[in-house]
Design a protein around this ligand. Sequence first.
Ligand SMILES: Nc1ncnc2c1ncn2[C@@H]1O[C@H](COP(=O)(O)OP(=O)(O)OP(=O)(O)O)[C@@H](O)[C@H]1O
Ligand SMILES: [Mg+2]
Length: 213
Amino acid sequence: MEIKIKNLSKAIKDKELFTNISESLHPKDFVAITGESGSGKTTLLSIIGLLENWNDGFLQFDNYTFTNPRGGTATKIRKHKFGFVFQNYGLFEEADVQKNLNIAFTSKVSQTERQNKIMAILQKVNLKVSVNQPVLTLSGGEKQRLGVARALLREPEVLLADEPTSSLDDHNAEAIVTLLKEFANSGKIVIVATHDARLIKAATKNIHIAYPR
Ligand SMILES: Nc1ncnc2c1ncn2[C@@H]1O[C@H](COP(=O)(O)OP(=O)(O)OP(=O)(O)O)[C@@H](O)[C@H]1O
Ligand SMILES: [Mg+2]
C-alpha cells in the first residue's frame, strides 16, 4: 500500500496539537512518530489509522483519499488493511491467550494452521505462557507482547503500534524491534509512536511532533 499524508492538522478544542504534517509512505517503510509525552503521537497514529477525525489536510491510501475517517470505505480499509497495537494493549482481559489470538484469523484458517501460527508467533515474541492462561493474569510486558503477536498474526498491510516496547526490558524490546523491522521488510508499512531509541534507530522515516508548541 502507498500512503500519502498531506498537510495534516489537528486541534483539540482550541488547542493546536500539530499542523501541516506531510509524508509519503511506501511498502518496507518503518516510521517512528516521536515527540514528548502529550505532544500528540497517539492522536496522530489514531488519525492515520482512520480512528479519529482531524481538522485539515488529507490522507490517501492507494487511490482512496480521505478528509475525514467516516464512511464505508474507511471502515473497510481499517478492518482489512490495518493492524493496531494499542498503548493499553486492547486485549480481552477475561479471555485466555488462545481466544485473544484467535481473533486475528479469518474463518478460512484451519484449526491446525491456527495452532501452528500461534505457537510460532508466541516463540517469536518470546512469550512463555500457556495459551489457556487468562489475559488478566499476565504481566504488563507479557500483555504487550501478546498485543504485538496478535497484530502480526493478522498480517496487515499497515501495522500501527503505539509504544510497543514501553513495558519491556532490553532483551524483549530488542526482540520486538527485530520482529517489526522484519515485518516492514516483508513489504508492509510499520508506523510506531515511540520514545524508544532502539525503535527510532531502526526506523527508516521519522515524523517528529514539536513540543512545547
Ligand atoms: N479527547 C480529548 N479531549 C481533550 N484532550 C485530549 C483528548 N485526547 C487527547 N487530548 C490531549 O491531547 C494531547 C496529546 O495526546 P496524545 O495522547 O496524542 O499524546 P502522546 O504524544 O501520545 O503522549 P504519551 O507519550 O504520553 O503517550 C494531550 O495533551 C492530551 O491530553
Ligand atoms: Mg501516547
